[in-house]
Design a protein around this ligand. Structure first.
Ligand code: IPD
Ligand code: CA
Ligand code: CA
Length: 271
């Protein structure tokens, strides 16, 4: 596959940050014995990966801005372009030695995300896409799954956890979707969940309260793989809003329907 120079830069950057994460992932498994040790080590691994992404992209495009999980928003001289970066998506997995984590880099142009890469170094899987250029897993062209029926479909989601999100509302959604489908997975790295929809591994995915760096890059990949993506209420997808639902056209629609049923049940007055 021929990558554009920009997508090439994003790819090389994700690979470099990924190599740093791989070294630290090997190490973290030796640190599991102490409680504090691994957590500190992982935040350090996270910061190191972010530094690599920041240095590499600043070198190539010194005037472009950033929106990064750790550093926050950094305005560039060129206000048209901005990199949206999660240096380590799936921190909890990483901390626990589970090899489902990724570097995610999106490129925003005039407020729209036009290119994205999501790299899982533990599986050596690089998902990439550029608006109009198709989506790829390494060098293989991606297409969302073709399934049309909910009972055959496998969905991903993100469950809220201690101190985060609306647990009661999520349980309504989970109960509704699990009762109508072949299953629901909670993989623990939103960028990869979305990439898995693009790759046809999952038929759809939904999650609330995400951040721009979780969804920006992967949203381009889903669209370029022929998928549909929106807010959970069916509104136009906006990477700056936190809610996402996606799938192929039929599964996206069906998922929105199930989530609406769940929302109605959640909102209904209870005795
Ligand atoms: C988290 C992961 C997780 C999602 C959380 C995110 P982090 O990102 O994507 O799957 O459920 O909402 O915050 O903290 O590992 O970068
Ligand atoms: Ca992160
Ligand atoms: Ca994240």
């Amino acid at each position: 596959m021929a990558r554009s120079p920009l997508l090439n830069v994003m790819t090389q950057t994700a690979l470099k940050a990924g190599r740093s994460l791989t070294r630290d992932f090997g190490e973290v498994q030796n640190l599991q014995v102490s409680m504090k040790g691994p957590a500190d080590f992982v935040s350090n691994a996270d910061r190191k990966a972010e530094e690599i992404v920041f240095q590499e992209l600043s070198r190539v495009r010194p005037d472009w801005g950033f929106l990064m999980e750790e550093r926050g928003a950094i305005e560039g001289k060129d206000t048209q372009h901005r990199w949206i970066v999660d240096p380590l998506d799936g921190t909890t997995n990483f901390l626990h030695g589970i090899p489902i984590f990724a570097v995610s880099i999106g490129l925003e142009r005039d407020g729209e995300v036009v290119a994205g890469v999501v790299f899982n170094p533990a599986m050596d899987e690089l998902y990439s896409a550029e608006k109009g250029g198709g989506a790829f897993l390494n060098d293989r062209r991606l297409r969302v799954a073709a399934r049309q029926k909910l009972p055959e479909a496998l969905f991903g989601t993100g469950a809220p956890f201690l101190g985060r999100g609306d647990h009661a509302r999520f349980l309504y959604e989970f109960r509704q979707v699990m009762s109508e489908t072949a299953g629901v997975r909670r993989l623990g790295a939103a960028s990869l969940d979305l990439a898995y929809v693009a790759a046809g591994r999952l038929d759809g995915f939904w999650e609330r309260d995400l951040q721009p760096w979780d969804t920006a890059a992967a949203a381009v990949i889903i669209r370029e793989a022929g998928g549909f993506i929106s807010g959970i209420d069916g509104s136009k997808f906006d990477h700056l809003q936190g809610d996402v639902a996606c799938g192929n056209e039929a599964m996206h629609k069906a998922l929105l329907g199930q989530l609406q049923i769940a929302e109605n049940a959640f909102r209904a007055p209870r005795a």
